[in-house]
Design a binder for this molecule. Structure first.
Ligand code: S3P
Length: 439
């Protein structure tokens, strides 16, 4: 088992209180990117102070963009315009962030200079052909390591042209990379998706004044326009709220109020799945903030039962499966997850890492190529490894609240990529969770 930072989590009190989780990761990445490429000054509020989104901001600083941090969760991005980026003498480090690397590949393919994108150990194992191939079809030249892995060496000055591309897998990252490259392309770029995915890039391009036509599963734009700076208010990240939605649903006596959670319908599949399982989650004060739907979510404990997760929900809850696996392990009866093979190429193989850890703490779980079959029941303690995957670590902290004994969770540093301060917020609402070193 790994050295480094670990958590020791145990069943605590019923979870109580109101909390606001940090800003949305997807929106924060895009706000910095479009702010950098716009003419004028963009103020981003609610920016996620996570390692992933900070890495993206650092990349743009290396590309010559001035970005100020007047206060935590706030960025002032001094846009340089579509053609104002400058070559970086050093490789550009995306850290752990698949979104950062894939979207940047699209932006950098359109520049007049060469760039190299690198990432950490986990990101260096993640597939990039899904972006490099369609970008090559637009005229880009990107060299990768064998197997299409990072680093990506992107050759500038290629003169891109638009394409009409149907994604083989539903991926907002791939769609966004092509749309961003499309800003620099001659003619029209059309992206079609097998299932609609999060549409933040489309919405934000439109808010920055770029003509774009989009509907669920479809987006079309042409090159040759300009982005105009506009302020971005980032909503709280539904994916971070998800851990608390599951925790309060499975710990008897709990009631939590999660404030101002982003409710973009392409993100809230877990809510639908939990409700099918019998969860008690109410949406209060539904409203719009910064062009995105948000609501306060009140979640109370309710006995959950197993379900067959509808495949149509998969893209809308793609980041929430680790948390859902925990809900299923605590539910009565059997749950089946299918159509989710993408989980195998996330920050870790999330089907394998969840199955391995859940088995260690006594759950009945069978892996399938594209999902799992989980029989709910009692959980015991044990030592599990998060494999450096932030969402796996937080999911086991949730599972521990329903376990009989202590759960030790290894390799948790990467929680800071998406949810800095998770452990403090969790303790504040009643989690039993402390930091340890090594296992
Ligand atoms: C993201 C898209 C999803 C998601 C990731 C963020 C985005 O990835 O898992 O956490 O911001 O576009 P895929 O596009 O690979 O499905």
């Amino acid at each position: 088992m790994s050295a480094g930072q670990a958590w020791v989590a145990a069943p605590g009190a019923p979870l109580r209180g109101r909390l606001r989780v940090p800003g949305d990761k997807s929106v924060s990445h895009r706000a910095v990117m479009l702010g950098a490429l716009a003419q004028g000054v963009t103020r981003v509020t609610g920016f996620l102070e996570g390692e992933d989104t900070r890495a993206t901001a650092r990349v743009f600083e290396r590309l010559g963009v001035r970005i100020e941090t007047p206060s935590a969760s706030e960025r002032i991005v001094h846009g340089v315009g579509l053609h104002g980026l400058r070559a970086s003498a050093q490789a550009l480090d995306c850290g752990n962030a698949g979104t950062g690397m894939r979207l940047l590949a699209g932006v950098l393919a359109g520049q007049g200079f060469d760039s190299v994108l690198i990432g950490d150990e986990s990101l260096s194992k993640r597939p990039m052909r899904r972006v490099t191939e369609p970008l090559a079809a637009m005229g880009a030249r990107i060299d990768s390591e064998p197997g299409g892995l990072p680093p990506l060496r992107i050759h500038g000055g290629r003169g891109l042209h638009g394409i009409d591309y149907t994604l083989p897998v539903a991926s907002a990252q791939v769609k966004s990379a092509l749309l961003l490259a499309g800003l620099y392309a001659q003619g029209e770029t059309v992206v079609r998706e097998p299932h609609p995915t999060r549409d933040y890039t489309e919405r934000m391009l439109s808010a920055f004044g770029w003509p774009i036509e989009f509907s669920p599963g479809y987006a079309r734009l042409s090159g040759g326009h300009a982005l105009r700076a506009t302020d971005v208010a980032v909503p709280a990240d539904f994916s971070s709220a998800a851990f608390f939605l599951v925790a309060a649903s499975v710990v008897p006596g709990s009631e939590l109020l999660l404030e101002a959670v982003g409710m973009n319908p392409r993100r809230t599949g877990l809510l639908a799945a939990l409700r099918l399982m019998g969860a008690d989650i109410a949406e209060e004060h539904a409203r719009e903030e910064g062009g995105e739907p948000v609501a306060d979510l009140r979640v109370r404990y309710a006995p959950l039962h197993g379900i067959e997760v509808p495949e149509a929900l998969v893209p809308d809850m793609i980041d929430e499966f680790p948390a859902l696996f925990v809900a299923a392990a605590c539910a009565q009866g059997r749950s089946r997850i299918s159509g989710a093979a993408e989980l195998r190429v996330k920050e870790s193989d999330r089907i394998a890492t969840m199955a391995q850890g859940l088995r260690i703490i006594g759950a009945q779980i069978e892996e399938t190529p594209d999902g799992a079959i989980i029989d709910g029941g009692a959980l015991r303690g044990g030592s599990v490894d998060s494999h450096g995957d932030h969402r796996i670590a937080m999911s086991f902290a949730v599972a521990a609240q329903r376990a009989r004994d202590e759960v030790r969770i290894g390799d948790v540093e990467n929680v800071a990529t998406s949810f800095p301060g998770f452990d403090r917020l969790a303790r504040d609402c009643g989690f039993e969770l402390r930091t340890a070193f090594g296992l």
